[in-house]
Design a protein around this ligand. Structure first.
Ligand code: WTA
Length: 655
């Protein structure tokens, strides 16, 4: 942690006091009642065993939890299951083969309806194809794809074969893909020729070609034709999906794997430049993804139409498009494109078309909808909606109320769900038929989960007090480590409160007077831009890799739409060009190329110096003051106290 993050900011202590209890009808029909908390409190392990029984196990576990090697957990020890069987086959076997699993909506308006029988056939064919390519249980497969059905078939085929997938967001750069392939030593990349983005096809495969030129572990590149974009082709290495998968048998017998078999690796930003490969395994992960999806969204498999707007490149897509929903026999919408293509009512048009009843999205998108205006959702029939969800960052009460009024007709419960890539599934959230919800608060740890707000010393703070969010009990979906780096796993999450054995989430939080939890954002050097985690160091290293940059410091500044916006302060090299518009544009583009467009700084400010402490640490707190147009705070720990004057003068001159 750096100097500015010694304590979470409490300046936004919230004064929100409205509450919204569920209606009697909703509560009466809800999957989860208040007894769920009581059951979990009575015996946590027995509670999780009951939840695990919602899945099909080929071999039952002989022990629920082994925490003897903490912080490396083992859940459902000795149990064996096949994750894909649980998400697909068993629904066909129980007579629901004709139920629609996925209503897929392409950005240009093309559609596919995929029943559970179709899904079983597709996943089986894909599994047979991966076997033909020589992949074996335990091998890693990179998936770098837009939101096409084949992405889901690929994930499930990996799960079916015991291959560990590493999905890399399709908006990431070739360099980001390369480093992730290298870290996991993946043997195969599955991709597409191109992807639709805001109405236009954009090439995707060139980034794969660039990445795999430097990753000798890759044996094949499997390419789905999506945009009919012309692509370069390496004979022997590259294979069209249609040529390989279509000819396979649609029969495939799944094998059961150990409960702790690695299911996937998903990279997320940490406080250093190198992303962490978060490792999730099978039995515990699926248990919690399934349980939370069923109870937090009150899923009724026979009547609901569910839609989670995330991309499968993020953990929300893993747990709440693929594993949780499909394990619960969901009927869901999967949408390929952006929310304003071809018009700003696209989401509501989709809700109306498929009669979506559960809608799960991110605060940044809700604030974007607010900006576009309430007239847009008002044009559509949204009466099918009955539960709304939010994830990714703290939702401000204003956005929460707007969501409830303009999307939920003042009627639907809103579940504000707090969790992380590392937690695997939702941890803190209201239950829609139980909790009287509060705009802006995630409120309570779910039954079976324990979370606390503690001070610097690890002591729980009283109601009304603020501090750090910790998880004080292991949970089934918890990460099992950082791929290839046990040391970093201990350091990052378990060293801050080592004495107490708490998992440190990196978030600030407070209790209100009722003891409900309010999340206050990250307390480390991780920014949250539109719900995406990006580390300041990652952007700084991208900037300094540009030949004109001598030094760079990056901060996340409050942004009304994206939550935080990336603001970069750079010192140019002596002989470099001046800090004019072209130079700034070149730097923004350079970051987009190095990491991906989501990491493009909102602003780049060229400065003569950076504020540093005597020990050389950059004082980001002061830079944040500049970025947020505040008067500069305490500068007494600066090595050179005139630096801030220099920065302010330079900026006034420059802009
Ligand atoms: C933030 C996304 C407040 C938080 C599932 C966390 C939230 C980080 C919420 C994880 C929420 C997520 N309220 N903050 N409901 N949900 N966060 O790994 O800072 O992409 O640590 O997982 O997002 O982001 P990640």
């Amino acid at each position: 942690m750096t100097e500015q993050s010694q304590g979470p900011a409490l300046d936004n202590l919230l004064t929100e006091s409205r509450t919204f209890p569920p209606s009697d009808e909703f509560a009466a029909a809800a999957n989860a009642g208040p007894d769920l908390y009581a059951a979990a409190d009575a015996d946590r392990e027995a509670f999780w065993a009951t939840q695990a029984e919602r899945l099909h196990w080929d071999t039952k576990w002989d022990r629920v939890l082994d925490w003897s090697d903490a912080p490396f957990a083992k859940w459902f020890v000795g149990g064996k299951l096949n994750v894909a069987y649980n998400c697909v086959d068993r629904h066909v076997e129980s007579g629901h083969g004709d139920q629609v699993a996925i209503h897929w909506e392409g950005e240009p308006g093309d559609t596919r309806t995929i029943t559970y029988s179709d899904l079983l056939a597709e996943v089986s064919k894909t599994a047979n194809a991966l076997t033909e390519l020589g992949l074996q249980t335990g091998d890693r497969v990179a998936i770098y794809m837009p939101m096409v059905p084949e992405a889901i078939f690929s994930m499930l085929a990996c799960a079916r074969l015991g291959l560990t997938h590493s999905v890399v967001f399709g908006g990431f750069s070739a360099e980001a893909l390369r480093s992730r392939i290298e870290d996991a030593a993946a043997k195969l990349v599955i991709t597409t020729d191109g992807q639709y983005r805001r109405g236009k096809p954009a090439p995707l495969k060139p980034a794969v070609d660039e990445a795999v030129a430097q990753t000798p572990t890759i044996e094949h590149v499997l390419v789905v034709k999506r945009t009919d974009t012309e692509v370069a082709w390496t004979e022997g290495r590259d294979i069209w999906w249609n040529d390989l998968v279509d000819k396979q048998s649609d029969q495939h017998t799944p094998e059961a794997f150990d409960s702790e078999h690695p299911l996937y690796i998903l990279y997320t930003s940490g406080t250093t430049g190198k992303p962490k490969g978060i490792l999730h395994t099978s039995g515990g992960y699926l248990t919690q993804a399934s349980y939370t999806h069923f109870n937090v969204f009150d899923l009724k498999p026979d009547s609901d139409v569910y839609w989670c707007t995330a991309d499968i490149g993020w953990v929300t897509g893993h747990s709440y498009i693929v594993y949780g929903p499909l394990s619960n026999r969901v009927t869901q919408v999967v949408y390929e494109g952006t929310p304003n293509t071809p018009h700003e009512g696209r989401h509501w048009e989709i809700v109306q078309k498929y009669k979506v009843s559960i809608y799960y999205t991110a605060p940044t998108l809700i604030r974007t909808f607010m900006k576009w205006g309430k007239d847009i959702p008002a044009k559509y029939d949204l009466s099918s909606l009955r539960v709304l969800g939010s994830v990714g960052e703290p939702i401000n009460p204003e956005a929460w109320i707007w969501y409830r009024e303009n999307v939920g007709a003042n009627r639907t419960p809103i579940v504000d769900t707090w969790w992380q890539t590392e937690t695997g599934s939702i941890m803190i959230s209201p239950l829609p038929g139980v909790t009287a919800t509060k705009p802006g608060s995630a409120q309570k740890a779910l039954p079976g989960i324990s979370a606390k707000v503690v001070d610097d010393q690890g002591k729980e703070v009283p109601h009304g007090g603020g501090g750090y969010l910790v998880l004080d009990q292991p949970w089934p979906g918890m990460l099992r480590g950082i791929w290839g780096d046990n040391e970093r796993y201990r350091d990052t999450y378990w060293s801050r409160f080592a004495e107490q054995g708490f998992y440190f989430a990196g978030d600030g939080a407070k209790y209100d007077n009722d003891g409900d939890i309010w999340l206050l954002g990250r307390v480390d050097d991780v920014m949250n831009v539109s719900g995406h985690r990006i580390s300041t160091t990652e952007v700084e290293s991208a900037l300094v890799s540009h030949p004109t940059v001598a030094e760079a410091a990056v901060v996340g500044a409050t942004d009304p739409t994206t939550g935080q916006g990336i603001v970069a302060f750079v010192i140019l090299r002596g002989d470099a060009v001046d800090g004019g518009e072209d130079a700034v544009k070149a730097l923004r583009d350079h970051v987009a190329k190095e990491i991906g467009p989501i990491a493009k700084p909102r602003q780049v400010m060229v400065v003569p110096e950076l504020p540093k402490t005597r020990s050389g640490k950059i004082m980001r707190r002061l830079l944040r003051d500049v970025a947020e147009n505040r008067s500069i705070g305490d500068v007494t720990t600066l090595a050179d106290s005139t630096v801030m004057d220099l920065i302010s003068q330079g900026l006034n001159k420059g802009s």
